[in-house]
Design a protein around this ligand. Structure first.
Ligand code: BES
Ligand code: ZN
Ligand code: ZN
Length: 466
C-alpha cells in the first residue's frame, strides 16, 4: 500500500506536488526553489462530477508512474469541484481507494526492470485534516487493497489457480480474520449430492471444491449470503469455445474472487452483519469423462437440469450453491458471476447487468453502484421468460431456445432456485466488467468489479428485509 502521510504544509523539495488546471494537457511546472508541480489538466472544472473525480484520482497516479515519480503531495482542499457534492470523508475515501487501484499492477510473473517498478511509494496529504478524514483515507486504502486482492486472484493463470489452488489461497487470505472456513473436496461434495457441480467437474483432472465462509459481525441476525461463480478455467467443455473466446477464461472465477475479497474487507472494516460466502469452484474441460450435451444433472435440492450446452456451466454450479444457501435462512441472497457474453453484448464493457425479484432492491443497488464506482444496469426478470428455459426431459434447461436474450435466460434460470424462498435476491452478471478497459487508468487484467459495490451494499444496507 502507498505510504500516506498528513502534514499541514510541505518543505521537502523532492516531493512533487499535484495541482489542477482547466486545460487539455498535463505538464510539469518547475518552481524557483527547484521543486516540481505536476499539473493535471482538467478540461472543464465545473464538469467534474463523482464519476470524473474517480478518474482524476487515478490519473494522478498514472501520470506519476509514467514519469517515475515516487513521492507526491496533494493539498486535500485543491481536490474540490463545484459538481462534486460529497462530504470530506467520502472524498478522502474516494481518493485513497482509487490511488490504490491505479497503483496496482500484476507483476508476479514478470522480471523487475533494472531501475525497478514505477509504483508510487508515498503521498503526503496537506491542509488541515480532521481525524475523521484521516480515518476515511485509511478506510479507502483498505478498500483499494481489497479490490487489488481480487485482481491478483483473478489474473493468476489457471495452471496455478486450480479449484484446489483457489481453496488454499482463500484459506491463506482469510486466516486469522474472524471468518470460519469450511472446504468440501470431491467426496464432501458427493455427500452433499451436488450433482450440478459434480457434473461440470467431470471433464477435468483437477477436482472441484465447495467453499463455505462464515463471518459473524452481528448477534442473532439472519445472514446475507454472497455466492460467487468459481470456474477456474472455462474451455466450454465439449461445446468447446472458439480459440479467441478462450483466452480470458482463467478469469471465469472473478465472482468467486470478489466474494473472498469482500469477506476479507467485511472483517477488516468490522461490518456489523452476518455474512455467509458460498463458492463452488470447478474447471470446465473437455475429455473422455466430460459431461455431455443432453445429460440431466440432479442438483442438491432435487430439481434437475437438462444440459443443452456444456458452456453454460456457471448457472449449473450456482444452482447447487443456491440450494445450499437455504439452510442459513438468509435475509438476502446476492450472486456474482461472469455468466454470459450476452450481458456484454447488451451493455458494453462499462456496466454490469443486475437482476432481482425485488424492484426496490434493484433501484437501491443501481444507486449504490453509482456511489461505489462499480456501475450496474437493471434488466428484466419477467415470468414470461421462464418459458424459454423449460426443460423437455429435465426440470430446467441450461440455455434458452433462441440466440436472443442470453443474459436474461441465465438470470431466469438462477431464479428457479431461489423463487420459493421468497426473499430479496440479486444476480450480478459481471461478465461485462471482467477486464479493465482503455481510459480508466487501471492496469490490464481484472477490473476488480464488483468488490466496491458489494462492500457498499454491506455497509449501507438495502433497507429491505433486514
Ligand atoms: N464464462 C462464460 C461467459 C463469459 C464470456 C464471461 C466472456 C466473460 C467473458 C459462460 O460460462 C458462457 O460460456 N456462457 C455462454 C452461455 C451460452 C452457452 C448460453 C455464453 O455467454 O456464450
Ligand atoms: Zn461457459
Ligand atoms: Zn463460464
Amino acid at each position: 500500500m502507498i505510504n500516506l502521510r498528513f502534514l499541514k504544509e510541505i518543505k521537502d523539495k523532492e516531493i512533487v506536488s499535484v495541482g489542477f488546471k482547466e486545460q487539455k494537457e498535463d505538464y510539469f511546472l518547475e518552481r524557483s526553489d527547484g521543486s516540481r508541480v505536476l499539473i493535471v489538466g482538467i478540461e472543464k472544472l465545473e464538469k467534474v462530477n463523482h464519476r470524473r473525480a474517480i478518474l482524476i484520482a487515478r490519473k494522478i497516479i498514472s501520470l506519476a508512474k509514467a514519469n517515475r515519480i515516487k513521492r507526491l503531495s496533494l493539498n486535500f482542499y485543491d481536490f474540490s469541484f463545484p459538481e462534486l457534492k460529497i462530504s470530506d470523508e467520502e472524498k478522502a475515501e474516494l481518493l485513497a481507494t482509487n490511488f490504490e487501484m491505479a497503483n496496482f499492477e500484476f507483476t508476479k510473473y514478470r522480471t523487475p526492470p533494472e531501475d525497478g517498478w514505477s509504483f508510487v511509494k508515498e503521498i503526503v496529504i496537506t491542509g488541515e485534516i480532521s481525524e475523521g478524514v484521516k480515518k476515511a483515507f485509511r478506510t479507502g486504502q483498505t478498500i483499494g487493497d481489497g479490490v487489488n486482492l481480487m485482481r491478483e486472484l483473478v489474473n493468476t493463470p489457471a495452471l496455478e489457480m486450480t479449484p484446489e489452488g483457489f481453496a488454499s489461497e482463500t484459506k491463506r487470505i482469510l486466516k486469522n480474520r474472524n471468518i470460519r472456513i469450511q472446504i468440501f473436496d470431491k467426496k464432501g461434495i458427493e455427500r452433499l449430492k451436488m450433482g450440478g457441480l459434480l457434473g461440470v467437474a467431470r471433464g477435468s483432472m483437477n477436482e472441484p471444491r465447495f467453499i463455505v465462509l462464515d463471518y459473524r459481525g452481528a448477534k442473532n441476525r439472519a445472514p446475507l449470503v454472497l455466492i460467487g461463480k468459481g470456474v477456474t478455467f472455462d474451455s466450454g467443455g465439449l461445446n468447446l469455445k472458439p480459440s479467441d473466446a478462450m483466452s480470458d477464461m482463467h478469469m471465469d472465477m472473478s465472482g468467486a474472487a470478489s466474494v473472498v475479497a469482500t469477506m476479507r474487507l467485511a472483517s477488516e472494516l468490522k461490518i456489523k452483519r452476518n455474512i455467509i460466502g458460498l463458492i463452488p469452484v470447478v474447471e470446465n474441460m473437455p475429455s473422455g469423462k466430460s459431461y455431455h450435451p443432453g445429460d440431466i444433472l440432479r442438483t442438491s435440492c432435487g430439481k434437475t437440469i437438462e444440459v443443452l450446452n456444456t458452456d453454460a456451466e456457471g448457472r449449473i454450479i450456482l444452482a447447487d450453491a443456491l440450494c445450499y444457501a437455504k439452510r442459513f435462512k438468509p435475509s438476502i441472497i446476492i450472486d456474482v458471476a461472469t455468466l454470459t457474453g450476452a450481458a456484454t453484448v447488451a451493455l458494453g464493457q462499462r456496466a454490469m447487468a443486475i437482476f432481482s425479484n425485488n424492484e426496490a432492491f434493484l433501484e437501491k443497488v443501481k444507486n449504490l453502484g453509482e456511489l461505489s464506482g462499480d456501475y450496474v444496469w437493471p434488466m428484466p426478470l419477467w415470468e414470461e421468460y421462464e418459458e424459454d428455459i423449460k426443460g423437455t426431459f429435465g426440470d430446467v434447461a441450461n440455455t434458452g431456445k433462441t440466440r436472443y436474450g442470453g443474459a436474461i435466460t441465465g438470470a431466469v434460470f438462477l431464479y428457479q432456485f431461489v423463487k420459493d424462498l421468497g426473499i430479496p435476491w440479486l444476480h450480478i452478471d459481471m461478465a461485462p466488467r471482467i477486464t479493465s478497459i482503455e481510459g480508466e487508468y487501471l492496469a490490464k487484467g481484472s477490473s476488480g468489479a464488483p468488490v466496491r459495490l458489494l462492500l457498499r451494499i454491506l455497509r449501507d444496507g438495502i433497507g429491505i428485509n433486514e
